[in-house]
Design a protein around this ligand. Structure first.
Ligand SMILES: *Cc1c(COP(=O)(O)O)cnc(C)c1O
Length: 309
């Protein structure tokens, strides 16, 4: 069995693209299409597949160590990949207080998938990129740096960015503007590079702070040697920051789900669609624009316990 052979997981690639009839867009002459990356794989949905796949090939079956917060989609996807493909996973989790509590449903899922969890305090976690801190962390987690593949927080490294260029390539000819929600910006960095000349990408930041443009540029320089593609960031739609929401966002998401019968991932996807509705109302997109919204993930529900013994 080959732990780097991802074809065994039968990803749905290229992911489906379909038009959505929504009068809040059609009224302005904008044709909205959904890029269904959420359907790529049930346990490794969306950009998590696109970013992890090249990393898992590079890991070639070695243990994979990565980083994330208490509810990280990236940690869950990595743990699931380890279970499905048969390699070891180690998750370095932000917040040492979490070690003394029952695991939350997201971390419980990681542990059930066989991920070894290593909790670190927040100030150490923040400094995890510094070589000395990182080496001390690896030593404390009991791993040999030579024997593992390390993937940064959120999964964004040059391999991941390269993987996301395929998302752009799948959309050549199908779109004028492509929108994606951004956490670390790795998906936007690759998407924009994969689009054809004349196509544009918009990243909707779900984090507060406005530092993401520099981060996407850094990732593109590291991956391609230069800033590339026509892209920009929208910083107005984080709704207070990660996992924060507003009554307007909640109402929009509930209404969207009701209209289209499509449950929305709330931390990223709902904010991106809300941004597109607002930008459309503001007249940012000329009539005739083919606007593609990338569904980078779908809502995650912890599995119900089989019995309540
Ligand atoms: C992780 C994630 C993102 C953020 O992707 P980045 O490459 O970190 O910007 C967006 N949407 C969903 C659903 C995610 O799980």
């Amino acid at each position: 069995m080959n732990a780097a052979d991802l074809t065994r997981l039968h990803p749905r690639l290229p992911s489906p693209l379909h038009g959505l009839d929504d009068e809040r867009f059609t009224r302005h002459g904008v044709r909205l299409l959904l890029k269904r990356d959420d359907l790529i794989h049930p346990d490794l949905p969306g950009n998590k597949w696109r970013k992890l796949a090249p990393n898992l090939r590079a890991a070639a079956g070695r243990p994979v160590l990565t980083f994330g917060g208490a509810y990280s989609n990236h940690l869950r996807a990595t743990a699931a990949a380890g279970r499905l493909l048969g390699f070891d996973t180690i998750g370095v989790v932000r917040g040492d207080e979490l070690a003394h509590r029952p695991l939350n449903p997201s971390l419980a899922r990681c542990a059930a998938d066989g991920m070894r969890l290593h909790f670190v305090d927040r100030s150490t976690y923040r400094r995890k990129g510094e070589p000395e801190v990182r080496n001390a962390l690896l030593a404390a987690a009991g791993v040999d740096p030579q024997q593992i593949h390390v993937v940064p927080e959120g999964g964004s490294n040059p391999l991941a960015v390269q993987g996301c260029t395929e998302l752009g390539a799948e959309l050549r000819e199908a779109a004028d503007v492509v929108a994606v929600a951004c956490g670390t910006g790795g998906t936007l960095a690759g998407l924009a590079a994969g689009l054809a000349p004349g196509q544009r990408a918009i990243g909707v930041s779900v984090l507060k702070g406005g530092f993401l443009t520099a981060e996407v540029e850094r990732l593109q320089r590291e991956t391609f040697g230069e800033r590339t593609g026509a892209w920009r960031l929208e910083d107005r739609f984080h709704c207070g920051g990660y996992a924060r929401t507003t009554p307007e966002l909640d109402a929009f998401a509930a209404d969207f789900e009701h209209r289209h019968g499509l449950p929305l991932e709330r931390h990223y996807v709902a904010k991106m669609l809300y941004a597109l509705k607002t930008l459309t109302e503001e007249g940012v997109f000329p009539a005739g624009t083919r606007l593609v919204a990338v569904l980078t993930g779908r809502p995650w529900e912890p599995a119900q316990p089989a019995s309540s013994r």
